[in-house]
Design a protein around this ligand. Sequence first.
Ligand SMILES: [Fe+2]
Length: 375
Amino acid sequence: MKRYVHFPRVEGQASRQAHADLPQGTYEREISKEGFFGPAAHLYHRHPPTGWVDFEGPLRPHAFDCTQLVATQQSPWDAPELLCNASVRVRQWRLAGDMPSLARNADGDELLFVHAGRGELFCDYGHLAFESGDYLLIPRGTLWRVTCTEPLQALLIEATNNSYRLPDKGLLGPHALFDAAMLDTPRIDEAFLGQQDDAQWRVSIKRRNAISTVTYPFNPLDAVGWHGDLSVVRINLRDLRPVMSHRYHLPPSAHTTFLADRFVVCSFVPRPFETDPGAMKVPFFHNNDDYDELIFYHAGNFFSRDNIHPGMMTLHPGGFTHGPHPKALRNVFQQSKPATDEYAVMIDTRDALDICPAAAGVEWTGYVDSWKSGT
Ligand SMILES: [Fe+2]
């Protein structure tokens, strides 16, 4: 267990309870280590910490409009990389019909988030349908293909050389956020048995990000059964049951869905706003400097961000102070709606992310100015 230098105290005008009962006219900023789990301080500023008039140099927030990436790819390995580092690769994949061959990722577990579309996954473990909002966790080495009845637009989130795990639910108990019994697994059903044939099938295997192709004179998805505790699993965003407190704005780490050694995947789904008069109703300003924060906006109205629409992605690198946009900030203690209606997937990485050419090509360069009042 890590031991930090620990000495909680209060200096000057400050609230004793984070995210509540702020000194009159101040703006709270959290400086936090370990992704909101480690030592932290809450500073009470006279001005919004995002009230800059100019921003120069390589450190800056980024926004990418992935809806402009309209090309389709028959293989997931041809999907353009958007952001990556040694621990994670994020791609956007569009598939218009059926994959003509099989795929296998030998580089790491793949988490597929279905932004749009509907279809069927056939894999070593059987058959599983998918639709918008689904996470499909495909363990490293699994042989798979998909067929689409509605065009697929998905994020592929590779845990490079690593495995996805479920978060420790701690005091909440093991059935909070979602019950593990909600994880669906593929079935050896009639649709699966019906696709087994003696036609020639090709398998594209990705290893060290290079592709090798193996050809079989039959469909290698030919299992008649399996047992064990390793399989593809599926859960939909709509099946997540977020925790909230009516008196306290919980940090984003409360919404962790999956994690690997060097990054976490969190899901933002609708939840009621806090009702306590002194509790903050929008995300607090923060420096989460041990992490880069990447958010993909799936659906709904993104209450703390102006000028962001579904299919966009934002990157807030470590070292960048951020928080609610000006419009949202006006509602910090007063919300006109009873609940959020946003659906988003956040990928927080312990190591800096590199922006790949496909993402750079659809960047909205004015994002850094979007915190200026009146924009
Ligand atoms: Fe953040």
